[in-house]
Ligand binder design. Structure first.
Ligand code: SAM
Length: 283
């Protein structure tokens, strides 16, 4: 990766902009990395890109050179005039809004343009990584892929496999809905200010076809959340305590599914959770 350029710092200085920690502002300084992200996302003239948190527009500029259109959501009042002055491309829509309050599908429709794919490319504000991803997955029906920079630790949780230390309810939820993998590892020194931890870009592809749906999705999510509620406890202990199931009945189900009665949640694959949710839901 190239040495961080001073362009980002020059722009911040020019506008006398003071970075706001509470908005998770860590601006990218490495031009090579910006290009690598956009190339990895295979942005082309038929791609509509959603960016969350454009900052001073470093990633936005690279996206705009390749994309059909970019819609960017920025919460910080002080960044709006900077973005308006710096980014004057016709294929750019800036929405001054908290992304968590937005209606992405509505905003895409309101553009009234044709495109072959709609994707998210963003260096996320880390304090709300999980709510942003949940919102994208739960609410939008128009987005196919996300390329999102997040803390490396969170990236590992999103992408980790059963029986590993990072596997948790979030991994199950993300992997139920998407194919997720880390595509770029990013060191902390390519940001200003540098965060305390390394980062990674995660690619999530919404599954066109979910192989198997639980009978009751809400019940499935509740079960998964509760299954991991106390990591050191067995699955039977967690589920009897949090959801009131009989411990012996749970253990019998685990044996029927090929697990030990003292199995822990991290041993179960997404599919096992669906099976268990369906059995318990019927009872
Ligand atoms: N994209 C820029 C870059 O890579 O240099 C900035 C990324 S910075 C990690 C996160 C950006 O998200 C900041 O511009 C911040 O103001 C913005 N932001 C924080 N919370 C937000 C929210 N709820 N909705 C929209 N933007 C938000």
């Amino acid at each position: 990766m190239s040495k961080p350029s001073s362009k980002t710092k020059d722009i911040l200085q020019k506008y006398n902009f003071h970075v706001k920690k509470h908005f998770g502002q860590n601006f990218l300084t490495d031009t090579n990395l910006l290009h690598k992200i956009v190339d990895t996302a295979q942005v082309d003239q038929q791609t509509l890109v959603i960016e969350i948190g454009p900052g001073i527009g470093s990633l936005t500029e690279v996206l705009l050179a390749k994309a059909k259109h970019v819609i960017a959501y920025e919460i910080d009042d002080d960044l709006i005039p900077i973005l308006q002055e710096r980014i004057t491309h016709r294929n750019f829509t800036l929405i001054h809004q908290d992304f968590l309050q937005s209606d992405v599908d509505h905003d895409i429709l309101a553009l009234g343009i044709a495109f072959t794919k709609a994707i998210v490319v963003a260096n996320l504000p880390y304090y709300i990584t999980t709510p942003i991803i949940m919102k994208l997955i739960e609410e939008s029906t128009r987005l196919q892929e996300f390329y999102v920079m997040m803390q490396y630790e969170v990236a590992k949780r999103f992408t980790s496999k059963p029986s590993t230390k990072d596997y948790n309810s979030l991994s199950v939820f993300i992997q139920y809905k998407t194919d997720a993998s880390i595509v770029i590892n990013v060191p902390k020194h390519v940001f200003t200010p540098a965060p305390n931890v390394d980062s990674a870009v995660v690619r999530m592809r919404i599954k066109d076809h979910i192989e198997r749906f639980p009978i009751d999705e809400k019940h499935f999510f509740k079960l998964v959340r509760n299954a991991f509620s106390m990591r050191r406890k067995t699955l039977a202990n967690n589920l009897s305590k949090t959801m009131g199931y009989n411990k012996q009945t749970l253990q019998d189900h685990f044996t029927d599914l090929g697990f030990s009665p003292s199995v822990r949640a991290e041993a179960l694959q997404v599919d096992d959770f669906i099976t268990l949710s369906d059995i318990l839901h019927k009872e």
